[in-house]
Design a protein around this ligand. Structure first.
Ligand code: CTP
Length: 404
């Protein structure tokens, strides 16, 4: 996800594990998304990757030696501890985690951590047996209980050749967790939000289907953004290439029928339903259980309409906010207004895929927000992440209006 870390100061602490080489990519990614990054390292980390690599990437001297003759002040560690908005320890070794959990400050990294007042995120990476070790587990638990964030390592093949849990979390997850820690609010606290995303696939036979070009990016951005605002989010997604966002309940579906059932299960209890999925309007009348031969196809594929999920949810609505999406290639506003009325929605997000930078599989979008009793609002070209934020700001406003 392309977030914005503009004006955010991130201190990255690197401790001595082989995953230290991945931290170079993390620095690049955070800087690319607008953050100012400084790096501190333990002596052991510098055996894996040199400070010069990080000095070059962050364009700032690396802090490693408490008694460095180039230090800018005699209370250098305090100056560094006060600088960042968030600290990420990546990779975090069992040794550093044990030290922090027990109040040891015996190098530049652990001393800065002890002096810090900002949120701290640990990204452990180690051999699977070290990770399972009960002393390690106890120390990690101590960190969690004391308000530190820990991004659990993943299962997979480890540098030592063994397989198990211990591999550094995906860098994208580290970036998204950092964004979450920095931007968490409670503007949608305790709200139940259901978001649908992606295309649906309507099977012709076991290997062929009818689908569309939806990437799911807009819906995934909405789900993640709502979770950052404190909502309990269920994301119901058709097949996409995207990884489910952290902190959302994820349901994977294939066909329009499966999506309709999943929405029926979750939507009745929800406060907000956002139908950003590109649901197929038609499906083959019959699905063959065997792969059809060319000559069995004929030239006519018989189709039947799928259930209109949005319309039927809006038909049963009580006190919910219901949001639809409409893709229109002509008379965009007029058709959007008609669709809002036909489908009984509170808000219709209308866009035209022919406009440069909008539509399928791009990271940007533009369009109109069409309301029941209010003039439409034009959203200029922006990232899908920012557009998700704009849409949710309006949904928040509508849900306050609903209450009074
Ligand atoms: N939608 C739905 N169930 C369907 C088809 C669409 O819930 N079977 C929802 C989409 O998720 C979207 C909205 O309806 O929020 C608009 O879908 P769209 O396909 O643009 O509108 P249609 O009503 O299908 O009209 P048309 O294709 O003729 O423009």
């Amino acid at each position: 996800m392309a977030y914005s870390f503009a004006h955010k100061k991130i201190l990255l602490g690197i401790t001595g594990g082989i995953a230290a080489y991945k931290s170079a990519v993390l620095v690049r990614e955070l800087i690319k998304q607008g953050a100012a990054v400084r790096v501190m390292m333990t002596e052991a980390a510098s055996r894996f990757v040199t400070p010069l690599t990080f000095e070059t990437l962050s364009d700032y001297p690396v802090a490693m030696d408490m008694f460095d003759s180039h230090r800018t002040s005699s209370t250098w560690h305090i100056e560094w501890a006060r600088w960042p908005d968030v600290i990420i320890i990546c990779p975090a070794t069992a040794n550093t985690i044990a030290k922090v959990a027990h109040g040891v400050a015996d190098n530049m990294v652990t001393t800065i951590l002890m002096a810090a007042k900002t949120p701290i995120i640990f990204c452990p990476a180690m051999n699977c047996e070290m990770y399972k070790n009960r002393f390690y587990q106890h120390n990690e638990q101590l960190l969690r209980e004391n308000g530190y964030f820990v991004i659990a390592p993943e299962e997979g093949e480890l540098a030592c050749g063994e397989k198990g849990v211990g591999r550094l979390a995906d860098l994208n997850d580290i970036v998204s967790e950092t964004y979450w820690v920095l931007n968490q609010t409670n503007s949608l606290a305790d709200k139940k939000v259901v978001v649908t995303a992606g295309p649906t696939r309507e099977a012709i036979d076991p290997v062929r289907f009818i689908s569309n070009r939806s990437s799911g990016k807009m819906g995934y951005a909405l789900a993640e953004n709502a979770a950052i605002r404190g909502a309990h989010v269920t994301l119901i997604s058709g097949p996409t290439a995207l990884k489910p966002p952290r902190h959302v309940h994820f349901k994977s579906v294939d066909s329009a029928q499966e999506m309709a059932s999943a929405v029926a299960e979750s939507a009745a209890e929800s406060d907000i339903l956002i139908m950003s999925a590109a649901v197929a309007d038609f499906r083959p009348k019959e699905k063959s259980s065997q792969k059809l031969k060319k000559d069995e196809f004929g030239f006519n594929l018989q189709l039947e309409p799928t259930t209109d999920i949005l319309k039927s949810a809006a038909g049963h609505k009580k006190n919910q906010i219901i949001v639809g999406f409409a893709l229109e290639t002509e008379n965009v506003l007029e058709n959007g207004k008609k669709k809002l009325a036909q489908k009984n929605c509170d808000l219709m997000v209308v866009n035209n895929p022919f406009v440069a930078g909008a539509g399928f599989d791009v990271d940007t979008n533009q369009g109109y927000l069409v309301f029941r009793n209010q003039e439409p609002i034009h959203l200029p070209l922006m990232s899908k992440w920012d557009m998700a934020g704009e849409i949710l700001n309006h949904i928040e406003r509508l849900s306050i209006d609903h209450k009074y």
